[in-house]
Design a protein around this ligand. Structure first.
Ligand code: FAD
Ligand code: NAI
Length: 466
């Protein structure tokens, strides 16, 4: 065999796994069908969306809060083209960084579509029409996911778009209709609402980000409503029509009536599907399940023991940091180590403003599983740091075991929640109680004091500042 490990797909799972393989002394190749490395996350996901979120947040603050801070600006304008250029610069720098890491770790980088010839042989079909065949002792399938769509809402990439097109629009929409008020809807809806678009959310469920703790969705809705957005919950889209400059979305209301929304763009963000197109799984003796996922065991092995899979293409949260942990896990498993991933403690973040971040059980899950719990919460408006920065929306909600006081879930909506959640992950990995956290010194004034206060509230209602 030419390689110890062949990784198919260079997203956060694939490239991180390849680096860990190389660190462990395994001769490694990585195959990527696109010209740049980094997968969905670096090219059209995490990184560009955060770049657009930051730019639009700066504009929104300049327009709405700078005057109160005593900063006067005149003739404020959005230059969407420059925002997209800056975003692309960030993406290019980041993907080049991954290419550098491949060279540094002596990983062979091959561009083209990888497909199985047999369980150990991969054919790479390149953009120039040529083909290359390589063999590996171990194969890692890290082919990620693509946006989900339904026949009733055909994507034309011009007016009816996915997150990929929404990151490169040439004009701020006048009216952006978003189907699905999940993570992508919330983040990209925020971007364009801040830049002045009218945004309407049409959502099947009865709340925003419905799989997270319900308190978070309610608070997030209040924050996004302040940007002027409309919400149509429990509404079902029956069809979407591109009428040239306009998009017409036909909807069934909860009362069984029909309504229509007309906008200039429609963003379809109803989830993502695992991507195995072109892999020729059958040649390896594999197949995707009815939902398109590749089945793996607790060691991330497929039913062919030397073929592993990770990230968005397998079960579990479709998150970059989950895929990264799995890349490392597979590399260490291949060399005979005994790695472990605590799936219950993978944090989940929505990068709106305020940000939403969570780890562990939701209150709904605790109820469903009959686990006795108590709660403590603390609003950011009662925090000096939040008042100083005028970021007073949101709260920290802590769920602890009723008898043992062990932290079971932490849910934050507020300023810098994405960074704050790391403290909760560490505490929960070490199985801290709410009282443990409440007895640790938190610097004053910081947003993290809200976590300490929520833990105090969960420990015999001992919050000091509420
Ligand atoms: P991917 O990143 O999807 O990479 C798979 C790679 O495999 C792709 O480059 C693909 O071209 C390649 N490939 C596929 N088939 C083949 C083949 N046959 N041959 C060769 N190459 C192939 N997650 C977060 O944790 N935080 C965020 O803030 C975040 N923001 C997001 C924003 C958006 C708009 C989107 C769409 C997603 C976001 N995600 C975020 C999700 C995150 O991008 C994914 O969970 C992550 O990229 C999954 O990593 P992966 O390695 O499994 O696959
Ligand atoms: P999602 O699963 O977060 O949300 C989809 C929403 O669409 C749900 O609320 C669902 O109820 C709704 N929906 C489904 N079918 C519908 C229909 N026919 N009509 C109306 N509503 C419908 O999926 P989303 O937002 O597309 O994102 C895909 C994945 O990408 C996420 O699950 C997440 O894993 C990842 N992601 C992560 C981010 C982060 O970590 N910050 C940011 C963006 C994406």
């Amino acid at each position: 065999m030419e390689y110890d490990v062949i990784v198919i797909g260079s997203g956060p799972g694939g490239y991180t796994g390849a680096i860990r393989c190389a660190q462990l002394g395994l001769k490694t190749a990585i195959i990527e069908k696109y010209p740049t490395l980094g997968g969905t996350c670096l090219n059209v996901g995490c990184i560009p969306s955060k770049a657009m979120l930051d730019s639009s947040e700066h504009f929104y603050n300049a327009a709405h809060t700078f005057a109160e801070h005593g900063i006067q600006l005149a003739d404020l304008k959005v230059d969407l083209n420059q925002m997209v250029v800056r975003k692309q610069g960030v993406v290019d720098q980041t993907t080049k960084g991954v290419a550098f890491l491949m060279k540094k770790n002596k990983i062979d980088e091959i561009h083209g579509v990888g497909s199985f010839v047999d369980p150990h042989t991969i054919k790479i079909s390149k953009a120039d029409g040529s083909e290359q065949t390589i063999t590996g002792k171990n194969i890692v399938i890290a082919t990620g996911s693509k946006p989900l769509s339904f026949p009733s809402m055909p994507i034309d990439k011009k007016r009816v778009i996915t997150s990929t097109e929404a990151l490169t629009l040439e004009q701020v929409p006048k009216h952006l209709i978003i189907i699905g008020a999940g993570v992508i809807g919330a983040e990209l809806g925020s971007v364009y609402a801040r830049l002045g678009a009218k945004v309407s959310f049409v959502e099947f469920a009865d709340a925003m980000i419905p799989t997270m703790d319900r308190t978070m969705g309610k608070e997030l809705q209040k924050a996004i409503k302040k940007l002027g957005a409309d919400f149509y919950f429990n509404h079902k889209v029956t069809s979407v029509e591109n009428k040239g400059e306009e998009v017409v979305v036909n909807i069934d209301t909860p009362k069984g009536q029909q309504m229509t929304l007309t906008g200039d763009y429609c963003l379809v963000s109803v989830g993502r599907r695992p991507y195995t197109d072109g892999l020729n799984l059958e040649a390896a003796g594999l197949s995707a399940d009815s939902r398109g996922k590749i089945d793996v065991d607790n060691h991330l092995r497929t039913k062919v023991p030397h073929i592993y899979a990770l990230g968005d293409v397998i079960r579990g949260a479709m998150l970059a940091h989950k895929a990264e942990e799995e890349g490392v896990f597979i590399a260490e498993t291949i060399v005979g180590q005994k790695p472990h991933i605590n799936y219950k403690l993978i944090p989940n973040v929505v990068y709106t403003w305020p940000e939403v971040a969570a780890v562990g059980y939701t209150e709904e899950e605790l109820k469903q599983e009959g686990i006795p719990y108590k709660t403590g919460s603390f609003p950011f408006k009662a925090l000096g740091r939040a008042r100083a920065s005028m970021d007073i929306d949101g709260l920290v909600k802590v769920l602890a075991h009723k008898e043992t006081d062990e932290l079971l879930g932490v849910h934050i909506i507020g300023p810098r929640a994405a960074d704050m959640i790391a403290e909760a992950v560490v505490a929960m990995e070490f199985r801290a109680s709410a009282e443990d956290v409440s007895r640790m010194s938190h610097a004053h004034p910081t947003y993290t004091e809200a976590f300490k206060e929520a833990c105090l509230a969960a420990t015999d209602n001992r919050s000091i500042n509420m």
